[in-house]
Design a protein. Structure first.
Length: 120
């Protein structure tokens, strides 16, 4: 799954950065950083998923989730590879900001939970 994601991220790099900019501009009000609480929640979520994968190695469900996470990490690698090849440093994203895109709908609930003034 990692290599499928890698190929996808490489081929769709421009679409991904366009979606990221649209998301930041429209949902995050042109501010790509979110509160420490919201960021901690997202990081805890990823850590919990990794722990569940390790703890439930024999589970078909968690093996499937492991494949999805591998695909996501591969997609990020392919994305960054394409950014590096094109020299578009301004399109480089850290994994956390890349991961925003998979949490678009959830972030609309998570962000205001940690900062009620940011209700959508």
């Amino acid at each position: 799954m990692f290599w499928a994601g890698n190929f996808e991220g490489y081929l769709t790099q421009q679409y991904i950065i366009d979606a990221y900019h649209n998301f930041v501009d429209s949902v995050l009000n042109k501010t790509p950083d979110i509160s420490t609480g919201a960021k901690g929640f997202i990081n805890d979520q990823l850590e919990w998923i990794d722990n569940q994968i390790k703890a439930n190695n024999g589970s078909n469900y968690w093996q499937f989730v492991k494949g999805l996470i591998a695909q996501l990490k591969g997609m990020y690698r392919g994305y960054q590879q394409k950014v590096n090849e094109t020299g578009k440093v301004e399109d480089s994203l850290d994994f956390f900001h890349f991961y925003y895109l998979t949490n678009m709908g959830d972030l609309e609930d998570i962000i205001p939970a940690f900062d009620p003034s940011k209700m959508f």
